[in-house]
Ligand binder design. Sequence first.
Ligand code: ZN
Length: 91
Amino acid sequence: MATARTNFFCASCQTMRLGEKEGINHVLHLLLSIVTCGVWLIVWLLLALANSMSPFRCTQCGQAKTIFSGGKLAIFAIILLLIYAAWHTAP
Ligand SMILES: [Zn+2]
């Protein structure tokens, strides 16, 4: 499982800290999407949405903080939907 990292202001430590959470193995989901002719894209998108809402944890004290990166996720979702549409409209 990939690990996602970001810097955030930890309310407990009262300073900028590195936050971590389990990320998504996009290579695995890409391969599954290819094998299933795009059907797995729906699962991939739902997992990415759920993961984007899960909190990062401070690596020093474990304080949780949710950082929603909606813009990045929206671009990712649009790309996935375009790939899905291209696969299912091809002759
Ligand atoms: Zn902390």
